[in-house]
Design a protein around this ligand. Structure first.
Ligand SMILES: Cc1cc2nc3c(=O)[nH]c(=O)nc-3n(C[C@H](O)[C@H](O)[C@H](O)COP(=O)(O)OP(=O)(O)OC[C@H]3O[C@@H](n4cnc5c(N)ncnc54)[C@H](O)[C@@H]3O)c2cc1C
Length: 363
C-alpha cells in the first residue's frame, strides 16, 4: 500500500508522475541521490487501462522483481486476436499477454522503491523553471504552493504532459478512450480481442475486449476531437452486445486519453536538465496502443542516465540510450497510414492468419 509523504525542499531528482515511467525512473535515479516523486492524483491511483502486459513488459519486470500472482486475473495469459466485426472474421495471433489488475500493478511498482525515494500523492506540479544550477519545481500541497529544488527533473506526467509544454516542446495529440467494466453473464472466449468496424463512422479507431475475472473490459479508441464520445461508446456497446450477450450491464465507465503519436518529431527526450519519459516523451507504440513496456524502459533508461552522469550530462546519456526505442517507434509509424485507413482494416481480413500473427508481432 502506498505511503504518501509531505515533500521536503531539496532533492537530487524530482519525478513528476507516479506511472510506470516515473516509478522506474525514480528507482534507478535513487542510485545517485535522494528522489521525490510527485503525483497529482491520490494513490493508489486508478489509471484507465486494459492491464495487458506484453512480452517486453514481462521481460523487463523479470529483471526487476518477481511479479506477485495475486494481481493476475483469470484468464492469466491470453492471446491477441484480430477481429473484423462486420465480416465475422477472427484471426488469433501468437502474441501472448499477462492479464493484470492495473491498480494493483501500479501500487506494486511503488512498493519496489528504495528508502531514499519520497512519494507525495495529491500533489500536482504547477510550474518549473531551469537555471544553470538546477531546476525549481512548484508543487501544490494541501492547497499551498511549495518550492522544491533539484539537480534533475524527470517529466513522467503522461499524455498531456505539462512538463513537456513548459519546455516549449508542444503537445502530442491524443485519442479519446472510453473503457466499460461489464459484469460478465457468461464466459467470454479467452482472447484479447482487437475489433475493427467500418460502419460506425470515421471517428472510431478500434475497440478491445479483455475478460478479466468477473469483468469484461470493453475499451474503445476514438480519434482526436471526437464529438460526443459517450454516445459513440453507447452505440459501440449496443453493437457488441448483439453478438456477445455475455457482456452484462456496464457497472463503471472510465474516460481517458492515449497518445496519438503521428511523427518521429513527437518523440522528445527532454531539454537541459529535464528528461521526458513514457508518454510525456512520446514513448508509446503508435500502432498497438501498448505503452507500459515503453514507459518502464524509457523511465529506467532516464533513471540510469541520471545515476551514472553529472546533472548537465544526464540528458545526452539518456537520449543516446533510448535511440533504439525512437527507431522502433519510427519503424512502426510506417504502418500507421495502412492501419488507420478503412481499406487497411478491410484488407487485413484477407491476409492469412499466420501472416497477421507475424505482422502483429512487429506492431
Ligand atoms: C484506455 C487505455 C487502455 C490501455 N491499455 C493498455 C494495456 O493494456 N497495455 C499497455 O501496455 N498499455 C496500455 N495503455 C497505455 C498505458 O496505460 C500507458 O502508456 C502507460 O500508463 C504510460 O505510462 P506513463 O508512466 O508514461 O504515464 P501514466 O501512466 O499516464 O502516468 C502519468 C501520471 O502523471 C500524473 N500527472 C499528470 N500531470 C501531473 C502534474 N502536473 N503533477 C503531478 N503528477 C501529474 C498523472 O496523474 C499520472 O498518474 C492503455 C491506455 C489507455 C488510455
Amino acid at each position: 500500500m502506498t505511503h504518501s509523504t509531505a515533500p521536503g525542499t531539496e532533492y537530487d531528482t524530482v519525478v513528476v508522475g507516479a506511472g510506470p515511467a516515473g516509478l522506474m525512473a525514480a528507482m534507478k535515479a535513487a542510485e545517485r541521490g535522494t528522489v521525490l516523486v510527485v503525483e497529482a492524483s491520490s494513490m493508489p491511483r486508478d489509471k484507465s487501462c486494459g492491464g495487458m502486459l506484453n512480452e517486453y513488459a514481462q521481460a523487463f519486470l523479470a529483471g526487476i522483481a518477481p511479479l506477485p500472482q495475486s494481481m493476475v486475473r483469470p484468464p492469466a495469459c491470453i492471446n491477441f486476436r484480430y477481429v473484423d466485426w462486420d465480416r465475422g472474421i477472427r484471426k488469433p495471433t501468437s502474441l501472448r499477454f499477462l492479464n493484470v489488475d492495473r491498480r494493483e500493478f501500479d501500487d506494486w511498482l511503488v512498493s519496489l522503491l528504495p528508502d531514499n525515494v519520497d512519494v507525495a500523492a495529491s500533489s500536482p506540479v504547477k510550474g518549473m523553471a531551469q537555471d544553470d544550477a538546477g531546476v525549481s519545481v512548484t508543487v501544490r500541497v494541501d492547497g499551498e504552493d511549495r518550492m522544491v529544488r533539484c539537480n534533475n527533473l524527470v517529466g513522467a506526467d503522461g499524455a498531456r504532459s505539462a512538463v513537456r509544454r513548459t519546455l516549449g516542446e508542444g503537445s502530442v495529440s491524443t485519442y479519446v478512450t472510453l473503457q466499460d467494466f461489464c459484469k460478465l453473464e457468461g464466459e467470454l472466449e479467452p482472447y484479447f480481442d482487437c475489433i475493427y468496424m467500418r460502419d460506425i463512422g470515421d471517428s472510431y479507431a478500434y475497440s478491445y475486449i479483455v475478460p478479466k475475472g468477473e469483468w469484461g473490459l470493453v475499451g474503445s479508441v476514438y480519434y482526436p476531437k471526437t464529438k460526443r464520445p459517450h454516445e459513440k461508446q453507447d452505440q459501440t456497446m449496443q453493437i457488441l452486445r448483439t453478438s456477445l450477450p455475455q457482456l452484462g450491464e456496464t457497472v463503471k465507465r472510465e474516460a481517458s486519453v492515449a497518445l496519438h503519436v503521428r511523427s518521429a518529431a513527437d518523440v522528445v527526450p527532454g531539454r537541459g536538465r529535464v528528461l521526458l519519459v513514457g508518454e510525456a516523451g512520446g514513448f508509446m507504440s503508435p500502432t498497438s496502443g501498448e505503452g507500459i513496456s515503453y514507459a518502464m524502459n524509457s523511465g529506467a533508461a532516464a533513471g540510469a542516465a541520471i545515476a551514472s552522469s553529472a546533472p548537465d550530462d544526464a540528458l545526452a546519456a539518456y537520449a543516446h540510450s533510448v535511440d533504439h526505442i525512437a527507431a522502433n517507434i519510427r519503424r512502426k509509424l510506417r504502418w500507421l497510414p495502412f492501419m488507420e485507413s478503412a481499406w487497411g482494416k478491410y484488407l487485413a481480413g484477407f491476409v492469412p492468419t499466420p501472416i497477421v500473427s507475424k505482422v502483429t508481432e512487429g506492431l
